[in-house]
Every structure is written in structure tokens, then in C-alpha cells.
Design a protein around this ligand. Sequence first.
Ligand SMILES: [Cu+2]
Length: 228
Amino acid sequence: MNKRVLAALGTVILGVAVIAGVGSYVANAKNDSRVLAATPAGTMDTPQGMLPHATLDISVYPDSMAGMHGKDGGAHPGYVSYGPVTNFEVPAHSVITMTVTNYDGGESLNNDYFARVRGTLDGSALLNGERMTHISPDAVGHTFTIHGLAVEQDEFFVSVPMKAVAEEDMPEEGYTSKPNVTVFTFVTGGPGEYIWNCEYPCGDGTIAKFGAAMSTMGYMSGHFTVKG
Ligand SMILES: [Cu+2]
């Protein structure tokens, strides 16, 4: 075979291999089928009446060594990560209380919008037991932001900032003994498949710090399913 044809063929094969690689990578990312279902917790009186109540309890860490991606941290031990999983399932037309324990430090948001608590009951949350509606946009560790616009399902938007652990309380090894605990409560509408993600730029330097952990499913993003 002619050398140029061979070289061209090589390029095509390489291209196909890269595309196949990307494809299987994306498929694997989507295939993180682990789901944390909310725990039923009786009923709660809300402005929308007495509703079934359920709770979700999660954490967020400065790396992936807490076991959520397998022992030794999985594919990206250094990535910041929520855990124990990032796919959640909650009941429809219910009141959900989420507790997020943040072990990570942080800095400034790209957009101050996400420093405010949005979409919760009376627009507030509890930070280490104290009621708050927003935190300083330059002391944010991560956010938990459920995006509600989707076709043929109820609109649903909840966004809560997780306060960064102070720099002096971040140990060189292991996790801080002074995590910031945020508790917030919101009401779900009808059934739907939603996506949540973190809106704090906690990825690596690429894509305005929205690369790495921020652009890999299962770390700073996941599914949020409201089940009928
Ligand atoms: Cu984050």
C-alpha cells in the first residue's frame, strides 16, 4: 500500500479509537447506577399542607478517598467529590430535608447568585444550627443546585451554598474535624428526572475551573429523580 494511504488510514483508525474511547467513557459515567433513596420520616406540616417527609444525608469531601469511588479513590483519587453517591431518588409531592456535611475548603463563586439559598421552604437553610439565607460569595466550598427546566415535567429549582471550611481548619492529611453542616428543606412537585450539579468552580484549571471533577459525572453532579 502507498505510504500516504497507509498514514491516512492510520489517522482514521486512531480517530475511531478516540471516539470509541470517549463513547465508552461517557457510557460508563452514565452507568454509575448507584442511587440513594430518601429515607421516609413521617409527615411534616408545610405552607402547602401536611406532606409526607423524607430525608437525605450526604457529604462533600476535598478528595475521593472517603470510599465513594471504591477503595484507593477509584479513577480520580484527587478529585473533590460528593458522597456516598451522587444519584438521588425522592418521592413526589413530598417535603425533603437534606443534610450536607462539607469537609472541603473553598473560595469565590463565579456568580454571586449561587451564594443565596433558593427554592427551599421560606428561602432559608440551617448552617451549623443557625438559620441563614445566604453566605459570603467568597467563602463557598460547593453548592448543591438542582436544575428544574425540563420538557413535560414540573419546574424544580433548588440551590444551596455549602460554606467553605476555614483554611486553618483544613488538615494536610485526612478530613477536618470542623465540617460545615447545612440542612435545608424543600417540597417536590410531580415526578421528573432532574440533574443537579455544583456551581462552585471546584474543578481544575481548564474550562474556567469547571473541568476535571466538575465535568465528570458522579463527583460534582448527578441525577435527581422525583418518583411518583
Ligand atoms: Cu463543587
